[in-house]
Structure formats: structure tokens, C-alpha cells
Ligand binder design. Structure first.
Ligand SMILES: [Zn+2]
Ligand SMILES: [Zn+2]
Ligand SMILES: [Zn+2]
Length: 350
């Protein structure tokens, strides 16, 4: 019998359709072998030697070389086709001395708009065009995470940016337009609805119980041990109780921590270890898995705003099931892989 489950973080419902009980082999598209990807692609703007194909780098971890030349390990560049632009460049382009960045609402309150001011950066994770998270060393991954944290802090300091969204699109269903492995960071001039919903769940729970929702959740999940995919000293990977996607996972710091920017060197290594274990497992189960990785963290502190309750975490959404009418139109999900089964398939436990 299928079961309807409620997700405490997003407030959405999922029908866990256990009678379909889909295992990795049941997802044929994700098991198709594609042509091998080369180590380097002369036409790829993120490959080493093609640095002049991107806007000038804003940050890089380098073994050698000057900015915008080879010799880097991780390289951060503004997106060539940004969804949002920094205030300064928008001002120059529009010829305005000081662009107005407050929303404009018409008399009917029906039309809300503002310039798409913010930031859109690309973190090129490796020089290897064919790199995958499952093939990185812990050191490689820790370097990527440290870079993400640094850019998170820099963008968070921008007075126009209210939320810094870190994400990674992978595979055609994940919306990746370039093969070369990269994270993206978007600085938004507003608090996105998904984050806002989560923050209010954290606050509600805290005012009712005096405790952190995520701390209590991971404590219960650790006790039950039915949906734990991996864990190490600092992090735990869960298959969420009301997973919306088959093989969805949630990466959470085991000790209470409100923001990703608190990640120190030791924790970056622990998180890198968890990431590489998790993605090795994904890559073993599925030969070509599309997915999205989404970081959720406390908004960067801005002077006027009271800091809400939070416990930062990372969602991994494999795009194995299609977002169809019920998902799109009602935010009710059908997941053919019970998270308990998914956790067993990962077989980690750390
Ligand atoms: Zn490339
Ligand atoms: Zn907590
Ligand atoms: Zn979240």
C-alpha cells in the first residue's frame, strides 16, 4: 500500500509508492552508457588553456601561473551569461549613476518587479573535463568546498545580496548546459521561497520546543538507522523520510551549525570525504545520473535583520523521476523508491 508522507523541511507531501519499489536497475535511462567524455575538450571554455574564453577570474587556487592562464586547480569566473548581474556592471550598462534596487510595485499590487541585481559565478572544480565527484580525491573536493565557502562569504558581504544560493546541475535532466564539472553560485536580492519556508519551519519548531528541528531530526534518524546512507565524525547522509525523488539524499553537519560559512578546514575535509563516498556510490549504481545539488544555509547576516533559527544542509536531488502534473501543479510528489530501500542500496553507514 502506498503511503503519503509529509516533509518537515519543505512542507510538501510525497506518495511513497512502495509497491513499485524501484531499484537502480529499474531506471533504464540512467544506466545507458554514453560515449566516453575526453579528458580535455578544445572547444570547452572551462578547460585549461581556454582561460580567455571566460570573463576574467575572480578567484583561483593555483599551483603556478598568473590569473587567467593555466596552472590552476579550482577557478572561479563570473557567468558569461549571468541570470543576475552585480549592481556596478548593471549601472555601467544602463548608463545610470546609481541603479534603483528596490522592488517597484504598481497601484494594483499585481505587478512586482525589480532589476535582476545580484551575482552569478561559476566554480570550475577541476582542469579535468571528464571529472566527476565520485572520482575526486578528498583533497580535491575539500579545495572545491573551501572555494565555495570563500565566494559565499565574499558575495554575502555585498549589500545588494540577501541570499547566496550554491548549486550544481549535472546531466541533461539536471539542466547542465556544459559538461565540464562546475558548481554555480547565485547571489539573490531576496530570500528565495524554498529557503524562507524552511526557515519558518525551523523557527516554529524552536519556539514550540526550544530545540533545533534538524538536530532533533538527525538524532531520531541516527537512532532508527533505517534511512542513514553514510556518516562520518562530522556529517551524516540521510535518505529523507518524505523523499521527493528516488535516491534523494540530505547531507547534514552532525553538530549544530547555522551557516555553511562556519565550515573550518577540518570540517571541509570531513564533508569532502562524505561527498566523495556518496558520489562514488551514486556513480556505481547509475552510469549516467542527472541530479541537482542545492545548499541551504542561513542568509548572510545583514545589520538590520534578526537572525532566524537554522541548521545548514545540502540536498541532492537525482532526476530519476519526472516532475509531472501532480508535482508541478500540486507540489505533491510520487516517489517509487522508498527511502529505506535507497539507504540500503547505498550500503554505506560509514
Ligand atoms: Zn572542459
Ligand atoms: Zn541544529
Ligand atoms: Zn533545505
Amino acid at each position: 500500500m502506498a503511503e503519503l508522507r509529509y516533509d518537515i523541511l519543505s512542507g510538501t507531501y510525497t506518495i511513497i509508492a512502495s509497491e513499485r519499489a524501484k531499484r537502480p536497475n529499474d531506471f533504464r535511462a540512467a544506466q545507458q552508457h554514453e560515449d566516453p567524455v575526453p579528458d580535455r575538450d578544445p572547444g570547452c571554455p572551462f578547460c585549461e588553456g581556454n582561460e580567455n574564453e571566460t570573463p576574467p577570474e575572480v578567484h583561483a587556487l593555483r599551483d603556478s601561473g598568473k590569473p587567467d592562464t593555466p596552472g590552476w586547480r579550482v577557478r572561479v569566473v563570473p557567468n558569461k551569461f549571468p541570470a543576475l548581474r552585480p549592481a556596478e556592471t548593471a549601472e555601467i550598462d544602463s548608463g545610470m549613476a546609481d541603479i534603483e534596487v528596490v522592488p517597484e510595485v504598481d497601484d494594483s499590487s499585481m505587478y512586482w518587479r525589480m532589476p535582476a541585481i545580484g551575482a552569478h559565478e561559476v566554480v570550475v572544480e577541476t582542469t579535468k573535463h571528464n571529472g566527476t565527484l565520485g572520482t575526486y580525491t578528498v583533497e580535491d573536493m575539500a579545495a572545491v568546498l573551501e572555494t565555495l565557502k570563500q565566494r559565499y562569504r565574499v558575495l554575502g558581504d555585498d549589500k545588494h545580496i540577501v541570499y547566496v544560493q550554491i548549486f550544481r546541475n549535472w546531466g541533461p535532466e539536471g539542466g547542465a548546459s556544459l559538461l565540464h564539472p562546475h558548481f554555480q553560485i547565485i547571489g539573490l536580492p531576496l530570500l528565495p521561497p524554498e529557503v524562507s519556508t524552511e526557515l519558518s519551519r525551523f523557527s516554529e519548531y524552536e519556539s514550540k520546543t526550544g530545540r533545533c528541528l534538524m538536530c532533533d531530526y538527525i538524532e531520531r534518524e541516527t537512532e532508527k538507522d533505517e534511512r542513514v546512507a553514510f556518516k562520518n565524525r562530522e556529517f551524516i547522509v540521510l535518505c529523507p523520510f518524505a523523499s521527493r525523488f528516488s535516491f534523494e539524499t540530505l547531507i547534514v553537519p552532525r553538530k549544530h551549525s547555522v551557516t555553511f560559512s562556519e565550515l573550518d578546514n577540518d570540517k571541509a575535509v570531513q564533508l569532502a570525504e562524505i561527498f566523495t563516498s556518496l558520489f562514488r556510490a551514486y556513480e556505481k549504481m547509475f552510469s549516467s545520473l542527472s541530479y541537482n545539488i542545492v545548499f541551504h544555509t542561513l542568509p548572510p547576516p545583514k545589520r538590520s535583520r534578526k537572525q532566524p533559527a537554522d541548521h545548514w544542509h545540502i540536498h541532492v536531488y537525482p532526476r530519476l523521476n519526472v516532475e509531472a502534473g501532480l508535482e508541478k501543479g500540486a507540489a505533491v510528489w510520487i516517489n517509487p523508491t522508498p527511502p529505506e530501500l535507497a539507504a540500503q542500496q547505498f550500503g554505506g553507514k560509514g
